[in-house]
Design a protein around this ligand. Structure first.
Ligand code: PEP
Ligand code: MN
Length: 369
């Protein structure tokens, strides 16, 4: 699926061609002083284009700080007047949209707990109909590319042309060092589906911890994301929300200065040749992989038939444990990560099981092939 959307090219959003496009500011607007001082320090860096601050905060549990509400929008208006930065806030319903528009907010974003809900997204889209404003749609909390695509489509259908996406990671039951799992293949697939859609990465909400912000930002740059949305607070340890992941404007500057920006399209013809040759080799190996998979599945089908004739179960977990542990050891010897081996073998195994179940139930006779 490739969707055609009438989008304003990213280069035309702004006066100059900036890469990466940086949004920064506190998770929440807490007080006028905190907002103004953070904005002044961020404006001095000259690298931040948009100042963000949430005024309505979607919190997982009640009883925590849920934002200052509409009064915070007056502070954003002051930020814009005094620093020249564009301003951004999160909207989750039509009232938020009307309030934000009334106070001249330049950029709206739809949060991860809202993009998950088509009713809420449609309500926001309807409120935005005919308005010329920048809108970013964060990925839904669950790793569902269709839901993310659908939310973006709803906003595009309302006539929003300066439209982008923000990748903020996906929640998972099994926790890793990151608060949310990046699942990089999902934003990459989104880019394939909606050509021309700018995609930013939000390493703050992916990491949940400031020490990982640089590595995630670098990865996003290497994957050719268009920009970054990073939370910044003048006193992160005292922040009323997302304290562990916020950085001072000074630390943000250091992160941005350390980033290595590589060119997406190499201009040097020798480099293009070399890359082309290596890519041809990759294509050959990919063909081999597909052939090998085909041959492996043919054997699985034969085993399925044997199991059917002898009335034995498809899944034999001892055999599976043996396969996966052997593969992990072999993979390690070849410098392949456990994660790669585990996911590839699990996918292959699942396919084998599906085919065998079909054979056992439908009596597909592979001997005749
Ligand atoms: C935020 O940007 O502060 C926020 C609430 O983000 P998310 O919707 O990604 O959790
Ligand atoms: Mn936050």
């Amino acid at each position: 699926m490739v969707l055609k959307m009438e989008l304003t090219p990213f280069e035309n959003w702004l006066d100059q061609n900036e890469r990466p496009f940086i949004i920064s500011g506190p998770c929440s607007a807490e007080s006028e002083d905190q907002v103004m001082e953070t904005a002044r320090q961020l404006a001095r860096l000259k690298k931040v284009r948009v100042f963000r601050a949430g005024v309505w905060k979607p919190r997982t549990r009640p009883g925590t700080f849920e934002g200052v509400g509409t009064p915070g929008l007056q502070w954003l208006r002051r930020v814009k007047a005094e620093t020249g930065l564009m301003t951004a806030t999160e909207v989750a319903n039509e009232k938020h949209v009307y309030e934000a528009l009334k106070y001249g907010v330049d950029v709206l974003w739809i949060g991860a707990r809202t993009s998950v809900n088509p009713f809420a997204v449609q309500e926001i889209a309807d409120a935005l109909s005919g308005v010329d404003i920048i809108v970013f749609v964060k990925n839904p909390v669950n790793p569902d590319i269709d839901l993310w695509t659908g939310a973006i489509e709803r906003i595009a259908r309302a006539g929003i042309k300066k439209l982008g996406a923000i990748h903020r990671g996906f929640s998972a039951f099994e926790k890793t060092v990151y608060r949310n799992q990046p699942n990089w293949q999902i934003p990459i697939e989104l880019r394939r589906r909606i050509p021309g859609l700018p995609i930013l990465c939000d390493p703050s909400h992916i990491s949940g911890a400031r020490k990982y912000i640089f590595e995630i930002s670098q990865k996003a740059m290497d994957l050719n994301f268009d920009g970054l949305a990073i939370e910044s607070h003048i006193n992160p340890n005292k922040a009323l929300s997302d304290s562990a992941q916020q950085v001072t404007p000074e630390a943000l500057e250091e992160i941005l200065n350390r980033l290595v920006l590589r060119k997406p399209n190499p201009a040097d013809p020798r480099l293009i040749d070399e890359l082309g040759e290596l890519r041809q080799q990759i294509d050959i190996f990919d063909d081999h992989l597909i052939e090998l998979l085909e041959r492996r599945m043919q054997i699985c089908d034969k085993i399925g038939l044997l199991k059917k004739r002898n009335n034995i179960t498809v899944l034999q977990s001892v055999r599976w444990d043996e396969i996966i542990s052997k593969a992990i050891v072999k993979g390690q010897e070849k410098g392949l990560s456990n994660e790669l081996i585990d996911s590839v073998f699990k996918a292959i195994h699942q396919e084998s099981i599906n085919r065998q179940i079909r054979i056992i139930n439908n009596g597909l006779d592979v001997d005749k092939k």
